[in-house]
Design a binder for this molecule. Structure first.
Ligand SMILES: [Zn+2]
Length: 223
């Protein structure tokens, strides 16, 4: 997946520079009708802001949905507050999904798909178990976050739950692992990673000629 970078170096959280060993992921949504990530990136990239997360998902400057990393993945974020047992800020990678008016199914599907891809990438990178992925609302119920409803309230509008989301992350993880093995084995190359992930997840139609060409090349190389 394609991840842009805009590290919030002027945010006090970045300046504090504390480290974590990622053991889980907290999925947030912003709670305001504002799809443009730039609005948050600009207003959070300064001193005196008491919140900061590792990434945003929403509209990029070009008007397309995308992912922007805003803190190094192993830096401690200020995303979830604390609950009766402590805070997942000490152990979890956290990201915000920019909300719209919560009525647009196309936008919903797109940003939660990117969220699942991001979670799959992070779970693979840091050996995070998929059941270590929670929403802010779930983190509160477990006693490690302030009392917020995100992002379950948004999922519910479209008949989904965090269990559905975790199942989708599992599916993405399996696809990403498969493509990883294909690259390692020389069946395909890094530049075709995205296409293969699209094929295998059913987001792009499998083109038989393309697949045959790839296997012809593979067999030629293997001799
Ligand atoms: Zn939240």
């Amino acid at each position: 997946m394609n991840i842009n970078t805009f590290i919030l170096t002027k945010n006090d959280c970045y300046r504090a520079g504390r480290k974590i060993r990622p053991q889980g992921i907290v999925v947030h949504s912003t709670g305001v009708n504002q799809k443009k990530m730039s609005v948050f990136l600009n207003s959070w990239n300064k001193s005196g802001v008491d919140t900061c997360v590792h990434a945003f998902i929403g509209l990029r400057a070009d008007g397309k949905e995308g992912v922007v990393q805003t803190l190094p993945w192993t830096m401690r974020s200020w995303g979830v507050g604390s609950g009766k047992y402590g805070s997942y800020n000490n152990s979890h990678i956290q990201f915000e999904i920019c909300e719209d008016a919560l009525k647009d199914k196309v936008y919903f599907d797109c940003v939660f798909d990117l969220a699942a891809q991001l979670c799959a990438f992070l779970c693979r990178s840091y050996a995070i178990p998929i059941d270590g992925i929670v929403s802010h609302a779930e983190a509160h119920k477990k006693g490690y976050a302030s009392n917020h409803a995100d992002c379950d309230h948004w999922l519910k509008k479209f008949g989904k739950t965090m269990n559905d989301f975790r199942a989708e992350v599992k599916r993405m993880t399996d696809i990403q692992t498969t493509v990883e093995h294909m690259i390692e084995d020389g069946v395909t190359t890094e530049e075709n990673r995205e296409s293969w992930e699209q094929f295998l997840s059913g987001k792009a139609p499998m083109n038989p000629d393309y697949v045959r060409a790839i296997f012809d090349r593979y067999h030629e190389r293997k001799g």
